[in-house]
Design a binder for this molecule. Structure first.
Ligand SMILES: Nc1ncnc2c1ncn2[C@@H]1O[C@H](COP(=O)(O)OP(=O)(O)OP(=O)(O)O)[C@@H](O)[C@H]1O
Ligand SMILES: [Mg+2]
Length: 250
């Protein structure tokens, strides 16, 4: 069985009298270790689809299974456990905690997953905090924000906030990384670096699966699999020999 399977997934949103069919019978399989691009125009249902896989929302009908867990039928409590243990999310609109600094935002995400320390070595709280702090700084450094650790979100540019959001998701070292328009606010060079980091997480030897949502066609060659959405339906789903992020231009 594939790592992620969706079967005839429907999602309707109701706003008063208006019903929007954001997903209209989506079925697909995603294998472990794949780098998947979900591509489509604004309003196609990309974020909605990502939310279904990440257990951030539940379908109106249909079935979503991840690691053989039927997540479309989990209670809110188990969905929280599922998200915490398996999923890292780069939100389209960042969702940073405004009263925490960049460093604290990333630390908080690591704390939620928990850090394994060897109790025979040193198990003190300060030792754990030190490990968490180091890991959070390491990931902020990776996204080029080593000199912005103590800035609050409001003191950062849009692209910098996006990178904190990316560092936060990466620092969880999740089995499944969901990234919604992760390069939307970034210039070419830093955008490419971010995609290279994500690309390096995937592949046959790795246990990590990355799903990138984008409306930017130029990113599609990066995917092992490209899923094109239009009006809530999958109109294309193909695998390809991917092109390294190093060779990508957009
Ligand atoms: N909470 C909601 N309530 C009502 N309608 C919604 C809600 N969320 C999304 N929609 C509608 O569902 C459709 C799909 O939205 P979605 O956010 O998945 O699109 P998208 O492909 O991510 O677009 P974009 O590229 O602009 O982010 C849109 O028509 C949108 O207006
Ligand atoms: Mg979206």
């Amino acid at each position: 069985m594939a790592l992620i399977t969706l079967r005839d997934v429907q999602k309707e949103y109701r706003l008063g009298e208006t019903i929007t069919k954001a997903l209209n019978g989506v079925s697909l399989d995603i294998e472990k270790g794949e780098l998947v691009i979900i591509y489509g125009p604004s309003g196609a249902g990309k974020t909605t689809l990502m939310n279904m896989i990440g257990g951030l929302d539940i379908p109106t009908a249909g079935k979503v299974t991840v690691s053989e867990i039927p997540i479309s039928t989990l209670s809110a409590k188990w969905l929280t456990v599922y998200r915490r243990k398996k999923i890292g999310v780069v939100f389209q609109f960042f969702n940073l905690i405004s009263r925490l600094t960049a460093l604290e935002n990333v630390e908080y995400a690591i704390e939620l997953v928990g850090v394994r320390t060897n109790p025979r070595d040193e198990s003190s709280v300060s030792f754990r905090s030190k490990i968490i702090r180091e890991k959070a700084s390491e990931y902020l450094d990776k996204v080029g924000l080593g000199d912005r650790l103590h800035h609050f979100p409001a003191q950062l540019s849009g692209g910098e906030q996006q990178r904190v959001s990316i560092a936060r998701a990466l620092a969880k070292e999740p089995e499944i990384l969901l990234a919604d328009e992760p390069t939307g606010n970034l210039d070419f060079k830093i955008g490419r670096q971010i995609l290279e980091i994500m690309e390096a997480m995937t592949g046959k030897e790795q246990n990590r699966t990355v799903i990138i949502v984008t409306h930017n066609e130029a990113i599609c060659p990066l995917g092992d699999r490209v899923i094109r959405l239009s009006d809530g339906e999958v109109v294309e789903n193909y695998t390809q020999e991917y092109v390294s992020a190093k060779d990508l231009y957009w």
